[in-house]
Design a protein around this ligand. Structure first.
Ligand code: SF4
Ligand code: SF4
Length: 169
């Protein structure tokens, strides 16, 4: 089981990875999702000592020790980002596609399946802009969340391919 616990503190360092500098939005820089940050050079942040607070605070799940060392986001093409609290969908595992097609990897579906079995919602953010939300079988969406989903053109809620989760279609 990969999702043994939520380790809050990072146990690995980013090294040359800058995947989340593309996948994630940074409000302080007015940078949107799936846009490479203007301060991102090939393997590093050009303003690292003074980077925004949101950048300093973010640690993907690979940094916290989930999945194998070799699955570093710039190599796997996938950024894992888990929210336990303070999120409309929590608990939710966000899976961000850094490299197009990378979420087809079997390890991604293994992690997604394990999350759903542990009653954790799963949201896949494809490079194309499509967002897919997968829910554990008995999960009911709040009316607030339904409004958010129905107002979005990008979010699709559907059956989990591995038949573990169920959607709303
Ligand atoms: S995706 Fe993870 S390992 Fe890569 S730069 Fe961001 S926090 Fe570091
Ligand atoms: S400021 Fe630096 S750490 Fe933050 S997104 Fe840009 S390149 Fe990445």
């Amino acid at each position: 089981m990969i999702l043994v616990s939520v380790i809050q503190k990072p146990t690995r360092v980013c090294g040359g990875c800058t995947a989340c500098c593309t996948t994630h939005a940074v409000a302080e820089l007015k940078k949107g999702m799936n846009e490479t940050c203007r301060f991102c050079s090939e393997n590093s942040c050009q303003i690292y000592p003074t980077r925004p607070r949101n950048c300093q605070a973010f640690h993907c799940e690979w940094m916290k020790g989930w999945v194998e060392e070799s699955y570093r986001p710039d190599r796997s093409g996938v950024v894992l980002d888990y929210f336990l609290t303070d999120h409309l969908l929590a608990p939710v595992l966000m899976i961000w596609e850094y490299r197009e097609g990378a979420t087809a990897d079997s390890l991604v579906w293994e992690v997604a399946n394990q999350s759903l079995e542990s009653k954790i919602n799963v949201m896949l953010w494809y490079k194309s802009g499509i967002i897919c939300l997968y829910l554990p079988p008995d999960r009911k969406l709040s009316s607030q969340l339904k409004r958010v989903i129905h107002a979005s053109r990008e979010i699709q809620v559907k059956k989990f391919p591995a038949l573990v989760g169920w959607g709303l279609e």
